[in-house]
Every structure is written in structure tokens, then in C-alpha cells.
Design a protein around this ligand. Sequence first.
Ligand code: ACO
Ligand code: ZN
Length: 515
Amino acid sequence: MSAASSPFPSTIVVGGTIGSIVVGCKLQVLHGQPPEYRKAEILSIRPSPSADDATRCEYYVHYSDYNKRLDEWVAPERLNLLGEIEYPKIKKPKTVLAGIGKETGKGSEPGTPSGRMSKNNRKSNLSKAATTGKGTEAASSSLAVPGTPGANNKRKASVMEEEGEASQEKAEDTPSTQTLADEDEDEDMNGSVALDAAGDEEGGGIFSKEQEIEKLRTSGSMTQNPHEVARVKNLNMIQIGKHEVETWYFSPYPVEYAYLPVLYICEFCLSYFPAVKQLGRHRHKCTLQHPPGNEIYRKDDISFFEIDGRKQKVYCRNLCLLSKLFLDHKTLYYDVDPFLFYVMTMRDDDGAHLIGYFSKEKESSEQYNVACILTLPQYQRLGFGRLLIAFSYELSKVEKRLGSPEKPLSDLGLLSYRAFWSESIVTLLVEQQKAGIETSIDDIAQKTAFQQIDVLHTLQNLNALKYYHGQYVIVLSDTVIKNAERSAKKKKREVDPKALVWKPIHFTATQLRFL
Ligand code: ACO
Ligand code: ZN
């Protein structure tokens, strides 16, 4: 049944055919182990990539009241067509191409339900990718996710600045002793270029920065209206290093990659490939064994590399594409220049492997010390997020500034920050109490580099602010102290400030001229 004959505008119907299911329908869908029915909304429909039958589709569903991370493509057999089906009250059918492509705004293809994509279109996209082999290295059609609007939304791309302007930071800020890798001149580690197959090299003067960003924004899988499309995850699985990782969210990798069962990513330069063979060939050429940039911290097997978005555009854009697969609440950015990236690695005989990173605005009017933060899923819940957060505050201490993460925080971001703030503040308060020192919110902020507002909210969450004799005092309950003692006994990786070899980079006004 086509969209034209779907039962609009009626709302709830018991029982229906698979052909009547359109984007926006809500019905019971089998989910989980053991499988059980849960109410879900159909967000997108596409031809089944594996089926010979051209009419067979699969359905992208969001389970009502469940985290968006659980959204997935399901086969038609998992839809309960015998139960209640709630049809959307849409007057004009919308078109969403495969959940990743452009919104055409021209309505549905004739004869296909709203939101379906013709198999032929998909095949031609895939074969284009397969035959040209273009766009696999680095930033073709990519865009960046360094942070949310916040302070940055005023920024637009500027005309490409002179290369020479960056040289001062380089000379001043290369750490002396522990440098594993110094930043090269602009770009690139494996010959990839910032622009795509058109062959326009970065800095070549052919494109202004504005044009370059526009090109990134409008090419590939990017859409003029990301809100619809970004609801649908485009990749299911990536392979990076030794790990196969299920993705969580949409990321604007080029559209040719959307139907691949697995996207192969070089774990050192973050270039991406449709097949393991291509990755293998790339690894013969790509000599990187660690991220680009300066190694500013090394303790045991953990290192941090500082990477300037302006100098390493391709790497930073690829990092943003990768991290967008696991970050949903951040607005997309095309311009990585205004950010520094702090990439954390764990070293073994094969090299320094990416564990996670955070980005930071070079100049934040809101005093944010983190824009985006990520631990790759295969390393989560092992204390690395805590280490990244602790490191961000070590940098703030060296800068003699108070810092805070950019808002909004994700659910996991909030959990991690709350845990870190609570533990750090309680540990400090217990120490001060033992030493008989009185402490104020401002003292805590100065000692930890947390902003006062974060200290205040943490104390409120701990129920540690009591009104006493006309003023607020900080009082920790026995339970809070016991929990802190228990948590302190857990073996955790800590940041060693002595292993940090870093001076804050002061960018000149010209270097910060992003507008
Ligand atoms: N469930 C419950 N508590 C959690 C969870 C979870 N899934 N994840 C973290 N926590 C809390 C726990 O208290 C944990 O301590 P515990 O393991 O001792 O109980 C504490 O946070 C620290 O956990 P870590 O193992 O150090 O953190 P992890 O390495 O998992 O990284 C991070 C946390 C970075 C938020 C990770 O979950 C992630 O990358 N998520 C996806 C991207 C994201 O949401 N980033 C934050 C966005 S906000 C921003 O960018 C400013
Ligand atoms: Zn590589």
C-alpha cells in the first residue's frame, strides 16, 4: 500500500498490513532478550540491504520512553501488525532518504511509502563509492562536532588565514622532554587532504575557508535540515583497532558508507574505509602509531596529545565524525579551527591507541574547559572518563582559571561529572576537616578549579548545605563520608600533575580570527 492510500487521517487502528506502515507510525515492536513487545515509533524506512526482494524493507524504530541509544533497524517480522497501530496525523507525507541522505522536500517516490528509498538509488551510491574509491581518506564530506552552540554559535568560517600565523604557537609551546611526536607543519600524516576528491589541497588558495566549510556542509550525507535525518542512525558498526563497536547515533559520514555492514577506521589517523582490504592497504602507507600533535603528558602507559584543530584539520574532523557516533546532544560544527583536542591514548608495542578525548575552545567566553568529551565505548566504565575530566581540570589549574564543561551535558556526561565533582569535593572536605581548616565554596573552587556554581550544585546534591544561625554551612553526613571512603579504596588511575609538560597556549587576536 502506498502512502497515498495509507489510512490518514484516522489515528489508531487494530491490525494492519506491512504496506500501510509509514514513518511516524507507532506500534509494538519486538525488542531485547528475551524478546518482548515495546511501543515504538517508526523513524525511517529503507529497502532491506540484504534482501533479493526489492520490496522488502527494514524499519528504524525508536522505543517510546527508552534511551535513543536503543534505536535500531528491525526486520518487518518484528513489528506487531496484529495489535494497535497509531498512524501519524500528517497531511503531507515527508521524505527522509534512508535516514542519512538529503531531505529532498519533493515528497515520496511514486509508489513507495513515505520515507522509503529506492534500491536503485542506494545501489548507485554504493557502486560509486566502490568504483571510484574516493572519499575514503579523511575529511571528504565530513564535518565537525567539537561543541555545542554556546559561545561558538556566533562563529562562522573565515577566509583561510595565512599559514605563517600559526608558527609562533608552535615555537613557544613544544614541550621539551617528553615529546613523542611534535606537530608537523599543517597536515597531513598520510597524504590526505582537507578537501575531497576534487583534489583541492588545503591552503591551496582555491577555496576560501567559507567555501570549504560550505562544501563540507552540503556534500555527502549532510542535509540542509539535519533535524529529521539526524534522528536515524546511519552506521551500525565500526571496526577500529582490534575492536568492533556498535554505534549509537547518526554521524554525517558520506552517504556511500551508510549501508556498509562495518566501517573500517584506521585507529591512528582515523581515516575510514568501506572494506578491510582497503584499510590494510592504507595501513601499509600510513606510518602513524600515535595521534598527531604534541605529547604533553605521559605516565605509565597513558599519554595525552594536544592537537590544534587549525593545524590538523583532517584528523580533527575525522575525530569529530567518529565521536558523533556516540554523542547525540551536540550541534554539528564544520569548523575545527577554534578548538584544541586533547587525545588520550594507551600505549603497547603496536603504538598509542586512542581511548578517548576532549575538545576545548581556544578562547571560551563562558569559561568552558571542555566542549565535548568521549571515551570510546569499548573502554567505558573503566575509569577513563574520570581521567579525562581530571586532566581537563589539571589544565585549568595550570591556566589559573576555573572551568566547567559546556552545556548541555549528556546523561552519561552528567553522571560522570557528578561522580567526579562529588568525589573530589568530599575528599577535599574530609582532608580539610582532619586538618581543622574551615572551607568555603570559593576555597573549594580555587583548589579544584571547579566553577563555584558546580561546587554549589554538588554540595546541594550531597545535601551538605545546612542553614544554621542565619547562614549556610557545609556539613557532610556520615553516609556521604563512608561512601567517599569506600570509593577512595577503589584502585583508580589518577592524573599526575608532575607528568604534565604544558604551557597554556596564548593565541593572538589574528590567530583567533575565526569570524
Ligand atoms: N551508568 C551509571 N554511571 C555511570 C555510567 C553509566 N553508564 N557511566 C559513567 N558513570 C558514572 C559512574 O559513577 C562512574 O564511576 P564508577 O564506574 O566507579 O561507578 C563514573 O561516572 C566515571 O566513569 P568512567 O568509567 O570514568 O567514565 P567513562 O570512561 O565510561 O566515560 C563518558 C564517561 C565520557 C561520559 C562516556 O560515557 C562517554 O563517552 N559517553 C558518550 C559521549 C558522552 O555522552 N559524552 C559526554 C557529553 S557532555 C560533554 O561533552 C561536555
Ligand atoms: Zn591511518
